[in-house]
Design a protein around this ligand. Sequence first.
Ligand SMILES: [Zn+2]
Length: 279
Amino acid sequence: MSAFVPPLACSVRACALPLVHEGARWRCERGHSFDVARSGYLSLLQPHDRRSLEAGDSRETVDARRALLDAGFGAALRVELVALARTLGLPAGATVLDLGCGDGHFLAATCDELALHGLGIDLSPHAVERCARRHPRHAWIAANADRRLPVLDASIDLALSIDGRRPPSEFARVLRPEGSLIVAVPASDDLVELRASVLGEDRGASRVPAVLEELAAHFELRDQRSARERVQLDRTGLEQLALATYRWQRERERQRLAALEGLEVTTSHDLLLLRRRTS
Ligand SMILES: [Zn+2]
């Protein structure tokens, strides 16, 4: 791992003591220890998490997401995310947590442009292995975030949830008192062309009111933006999109998707900047 020492907590159930770095191993005072993988990521997965590892993204899904990013999918989201984070004026070296970091694209872009430290957590070891190889300056953790995040209290300056989960009380616990949260969710016109041609559906409803309500006990809205772009995808790109988003898996939908030669697709997100409530 890099010189940055991420604020990690032991993931053994009911332990949660700070983890201390000793060479290629992290250890808590109770003697629970975790080895850094050769590629540089740290697995805090517990045996019962490994049984459900299929829940994490497969290598094929991780590859499909990467191919879409390389094709320009997500460029507008990246630009708006960095712009929104920049408005916080965080000092160099502040710590940014990305929960459900995938292959680390958005966290690394934010931290590299703003000289911040990144701590990415994902359930998929395939994803964090990719992160560690591609972005060795930041810290990458395989962990199950269903219960307690393996992160120390009040240690994070900015938390990100990009199309990911967003446990309100856990985000509030790990953020510093003045900490911020950026949430990105698919907007009502996300993939609208594909929804029309594959599912015969109209645009969806905005998820923003529900997200704000879910977070209201711990966070207040400070700023809101949208990130939208249209990307031309060929047949391979459309297949990658289906794989990357777990959509259109029913036989009839797959046939309709396979019949498309290519399509210009709208990708659209609502971004919310929230501040942790102090009282
Ligand atoms: Zn422990």
